[in-house]
Design a binder for this molecule. Structure first.
Ligand code: SER
Length: 318
């Protein structure tokens, strides 16, 4: 039985909500304290309101529950960030610095902080992007994640904080909806397909991006957290790869199951963000250090997504 007690910040979000459930299964129901800036619609067990820009409240929660691990998932993502660059910087950076400082002061044993493929930019090698490479992103979200990776590494080197991170690609899952990202279309498209609706894609049909199924993302995150500290050779953030596809390719895969599915394309400002990112990721170092090994490809993910969403919407035939 673990003695760890875990605070999840941003627990209502696309990844936070699923990770909270997984952590409860992994560490025990009572050992996980979800928190977010808003009350969730429904919750069982603990929940705490927390604005990550309030370090006193963060510190008080750590004391109240004797927190030993923090998962900091609260952030404004790529597309939403471009609508309000300076507030996004404040939330993403001050939020992280509050988590780092409270973790240092209160001797938190482990911190998880996700980075993103948004750290890459137009000058990064686009295919099989290496672990260590040029990072000159063009979004405020990307800039905040590059800075965040370096601050994480700084706290590890300077104070010995055991902080771990992965660069998530676009995450696709049936359990929750994404918000404010450029890869969000790849979740929405499945909902439209199951509901029998046409889908209008905000990216061009040939826009190839790295993606990862939620189940793999969660499994990988837990594996990274469980790995012995001496195995962790990267304290900025690990490249993580699952699959890469274009809107045309995911549409074709869905049409194998939903033959009449209609997809049209109307690229908007998110096209430029997607074009600035890379297409596929080299995750050799994560595989070597802590055994990363994704299970889902586009075909398997599509079957699983459609089956679960068919159940959720009570639509027969999936
Ligand atoms: N899914 C994120 C986004 O699109 C990438 O980290 O912003």
């Amino acid at each position: 039985m673990t003695t760890d007690t875990i605070l999840v910040i941003g627990a209502n979000g696309q990844i936070g909500s699923v990770l909270t459930e997984a952590l409860r299964n992994h560490f025990g129901e009572d050992r996980v304290i979800p928190s977010d800036i808003r009350q969730p619609e429904h919750h069982i067990g603990h929940f705490e309101l927390l604005d990550v820009l309030d370090p006193d409240r963060l510190g008080a929660l750590v004391d109240k529950y004797r927190i030993t691990q923090i998962y900091h998932l609260a952030a404004v993502l790529s597309a939403k960030g471009e609508q309000a660059p300076l507030p996004t910087w404040d939330i993403n950076m001050k939020g992280l610095l509050n988590v780092l400082e409270v973790s240092r002061e209160k001797k938190i044993a482990k911190v998880f902080y996700p980075s993103s493929i948004a750290v890459f930019g137009p000058s990064t090698p686009r295919v099989n992007t290496p672990q260590s490479t040029v990072m000159q992103p063009s979004t405020v979200y990307g800039i905040s994640k590059v800075a965040g990776e370096l601050w994480s590494q700084y706290y590890n080197l300077r104070y010995g904080l055991d902080i771990r991170s992965v660069r998530y690609p676009g995450i696709i899952g049936y359990q929750s909806m994404p918000g404010g990202g450029t890869t969000d279309y790849a979740v929405d498209i499945y909902h439209k397909a199951v509901l029998g609706q046409a889908f209008e894609c905000f990216l061009r049909e040939d826009t190839r991006l790295p993606m990862l199924y939620m189940d793999d993302a969660i499994r990988g995150t837990l594996a990274l957290i469980d790995a012995p500290s001496e195995k962790i050779t990267i304290r900025t953030s690990y490249n993580l790869s699952g699959m890469s596809f274009t809107p045309a390719e995911i549409s074709l895969e869905i049409k194998k199951h939903v033959p009449g599915f209609q997809v049209s394309y109307k690229p908007d400002f998110r096209q430029a963000i997607a074009d600035s990112w890379t297409q596929s990721i080299d995750d050799t170092v994560a595989r070597r250090d802590w055994g990363w090994n994704p299970r889902f490809d586009l075909a398997l993910m599509t079957e699983d997504m459609l089956r679960h969403l068919g159940e959720q919407y009570q639509v027969a035939g999936f």
